[in-house]
Design a protein. Sequence first.
Length: 91
Amino acid sequence: MELKWASKGLSDLARLHDFLAPVNPAAAARVVQSLTAAPPGLLVNPRIGERLEEFDPREVRRILVGNYEMRYEVQDSIIYILRIWHTREER
């Protein structure tokens, strides 16, 4: 398996960091670190996340990383990190 970040997933990381950094730079760094540390675990068990049936036939799943929801897609031998949101965010 291989792990790739979609451009929106990377944009979400930057957006979350930019939101937290003015108030608490250390917390912003910790959040980004925890969010980037989680996806490699998917390489061992890519189907651990809840499948989101509204995206069928694509295999889009989600996991929670602390207070953040991470959506990813499994395609053959590649896992794409699609989006990340704080669970209290309106989307």
